[in-house]
Design a protein around this ligand. Structure first.
Ligand SMILES: [Zn+2]
Length: 68
C-alpha cells in the first residue's frame, strides 16, 4: 500500500509562467500554463511585485531562458 500523494502527470503538463518587475527586477512565478487567456489577463492585470509592489510586470520567455 502506498500512501504517497503524487500527481506526476498534472505537474508535468503545467509550466510555470515567470514574470519580472520592471522597476526592481524581481522575478517570480505568477501562474502556471496552460491557462485560459481570460484568466491569464486577469492574473497579470492584478499582479504586484512582492518587493516594491510595482505594477509594471513583464512576462519572461522561460523556454528560451532555460534551454540556452
Ligand atoms: Zn519590484
Amino acid at each position: 500500500m502506498s500512501a504517497k500523494p503524487k500527481a506526476p502527470a498534472r505537474s508535468a503538463a503545467r509550466r510555470p509562467l515567470f514574470v519580472e518587475c520592471d522597476d526592481c527586477g524581481h522575478a517570480w512565478v505568477a501562474a502556471f500554463l496552460p491557462l485560459a487567456m481570460a484568466d491569464l489577463a486577469r492574473i497579470l492585470d492584478g499582479v504586484r511585485c512582492a518587493h516594491c509592489e510595482g505594477r509594471k510586470i513583464s512576462a519572461l520567455p522561460t523556454e528560451k531562458e532555460i534551454d540556452q
